[in-house]
Design a protein around this ligand. Structure first.
Ligand code: TMP
Ligand code: ASP
Length: 241
């Protein structure tokens, strides 16, 4: 599958055209950004790890009946996907209080939520991806009411599948961000599912195994991504020493 024109370059990925107009190729970069790209860096081998981790999750979700854009991995850093018309909404699902929800509510990180909290953000870097309420979503008209209902149902299903699966790897799924798109009249999961877009904590030690290590200068960033990949691949349930 030959890469053709570059369609889009984001902060962590590049998207290329391929010969088939219904498909795209995603190239995963090592670049990392935080705080709307105010902080920039590189995480060694992140691209390869996020490609493998995302492929693993998309394959798991497909088995559980959640369709995504993922078709197959092409190389260490390249994934073949269905071409979607991206919906400019970032859906965040939270099981445990962390990050911006801790700030918004004034609650400590680590409080387990009685039920998942779902938030919608406007996918617009120039605005800094602001939080949207239901009225904002309606006036922006980024998706129909029926599409939004589907997105919410799918987001909850993704949460249930990933949360239970990660428990078997001794990992807590704290929160994560999803993006969706339209394809042949259907709503399909897109983007990536990786330590860049999820918070993963070791279930025993509560050690952070995700991009918060980069955002907060905690060190051992690439090691944390590697730990997630190894637990997914190896079925290793052990606790880090
Ligand atoms: P937050 O607590 O900073 O709002 O982040 C919630 C989740 O969304 C967390 O798992 C990280 C993910 N996320 C992204 O994938 N991209 C982003 O730009 C931000 C701000 C968060
Ligand atoms: N990826 C986002 C950015 O650079 C933020 C984040 O993941 O914290 O802005």
């Amino acid at each position: 599958m030959e890469k053709r024109a570059l369609l889009y370059e984001g902060k962590a990925k590049m998207v290329y055209q391929v010969d088939d107009p219904d498909l795209c190729l995603i190239y995963f970069k090592d670049s990392a950004t935080a705080f709307n790209a105010l902080k920039k860096g590189e995480i060694a081998e992140k691209g390869a790890m996020n490609n493998a981790i995302s492929a693993h999750f998309f394959a798991l979700l497909a088995k559980e009946g959640v369709e995504s854009h993922f078709i197959r991995s092409l190389s260490q850093r390249e994934m073949l996907v269905r071409r979607l018309e991206i919906i400019k909404i970032e859906v965040v699902v939270r099981n445990i209080v962390a990050g911006s929800l801790a700030k918004r509510l004034g609650w400590p990180e680590g409080v387990v939520l009685a039920e998942p909290v779902i938030e919608h953000y406007y996918k617009d870097d120039s605005l800094g991806d602001p939080l949207l309420n239901d009225d904002h979503l309606r006036v922006l008209n980024l998706a129909t009411a029926a599409e939004l209902a589907t997105i919410t149902r799918l987001s909850k299903q993704v949460n249930a599948v990933l949360k239970h699966y990660l428990e078997t790897k001794n990992i807590l799924l704290v929160d994560f961000k999803l993006e969706f798109g339209r394809c042949l009249g259907k709503i399909i999961l897109g983007d990536e599912i990786s330590p860049d877009t999820c918070r993963f904590w070791d279930a025993t030690t509560k050690e952070k195994l995700d991009k918060d290590r980069f955002r907060r200068d905690l060190g051992q960033v690439a090691e944390a991504y590697r730990e997630i990949l190894e637990r997914l691949q190896g079925g290793q349930n052990s606790v880090q020493g």
